[in-house]
Design a protein around this ligand. Sequence first.
Ligand code: AMP
Length: 480
Amino acid sequence: MTFDSLGLRAELLRALGDAGYTIPTPVQAQAIPVILQGHDILAGAQTGTGKTAGFTLPLLQRLAAAPARPNNSASRRPVRALILTPTRELAAQVEESVRTYGKYLPLTATVVFGGVNINPQIGALRRGVDILVATPGRLLDHVQQRTVDLSRVEILVLDEADRMLDMGFIRDIKRILALLPPGTNRQNLLFSATFSNEIKALADSLLNKPVLVEVARRNAESELVTQSVYHATKESKRDLLVHLLVEEKVGQALVFTRTKHGADRLAKQLHQDGIVAVPIHGNRSQSQRTRALADFKAGAARILVATDIAARGLDIEQLPHVFNYELPNVPEDYVHRIGRTGRAGSTGEAISLVSPDEQSYLADIEKLIKKRIARREVTNFTPKPHAAPLPFEERERERFVYNTRPGGSGGGNGRSNSSPNGNGRFTRPYNQAPSTPRPPSVPRPARPGNVTASSDANRGRRPAPSFSREPREPREPSNA
Ligand code: AMP
């Protein structure tokens, strides 16, 4: 099957061609025709299945096919499609997909999430957008400030709905639903990796005769991911990780810790071992998170050390390795973690380092996935005193330039003190703030086509509004 046969219009096929996609994934093949026909859907699909394009493509087509419904009052473009996501990173990625697939269509899109200046978002909303991607907390901040009007939304997407509920967003979602036009005038698309009773209740209240689209078994871990376990003491994990990075010839990897402090500590330790590692977790500012992800995606950092919440929704192409430096205490999180690799048909490897105190977590995970994970052992491995440089350290130092400016990132004029290395990449110590933070809401360079960035960092004319609420993110443990 090809995308042509799904009834997508030429502008979308052209954008898909630019992205190099010709064959729809199973969720796309099932969902696209149903959404094009105007049905509500309840889709069971995890990240990595291509679900984003599965709802973005038909959503763009439906908006492009019909003009906005008439409205007496406002002259600006009304928000016609609202996509809610649990995390900022996922929101940014979904908006990026909207731009990628909609670049030949005369539709506008923007994204709003917390942790960044609200003013550019207000400016973008005031100029009017067709498609709004949002996290619930920041969207409600806009509602409260009357900077967004949701009364003309034609299509609602709840992406990773189970995650939104896990993260305690149900009340926010209900408040948002109450601001939308009545259900019969709206198409509703609900995507969730799992179907708890809570999700079923939400689906019952939201969806109108939904078509069920299910492509992944509940809690199924991808069959494309090879899983293995190494037993290790807590103390030897750091060296074992470094050893495996060398022995397994790992280029880049996502490494999970259970806590935010653990992520910081491990990133620092890896740095001491000559490996460029950046942490991403809820204690880091949004610009630090955005920068860490950008550095990792650009290859300027070899390791992204993440906690579960920060990693939700991360879409990193070509990520062959995921390490569980610590096992999650919630077994479902293991499935989500290893789902970061083996995406869209490529293979991946998930390696877990398990200490004696984590045996019960391992047992819970194996019970959930209904299989025993292969145990592996390393040969020629003895934990080393950390003063001794590791054999590959020099190679790493050649690849990455370290910035040792005293005083870190605070103050100054914010100009970059990073240096281009031999590969023309810019690097900085992981704990240094980015010199030129560029959150996704900052305008991007002009792109071909017409789906334009409506956010504009400099043109918000209103004085900064006072915040009534901080953007909410779920708590994750701080201490190891
Ligand atoms: P998602 O599940 O939406 O996060 O998508 C996972 C990854 O698959 C993303 O990097 C997409 O760009 C990629 N992708 C989406 N659709 C296709 C397709 N039809 N063929 C190959 N890759 C795809």
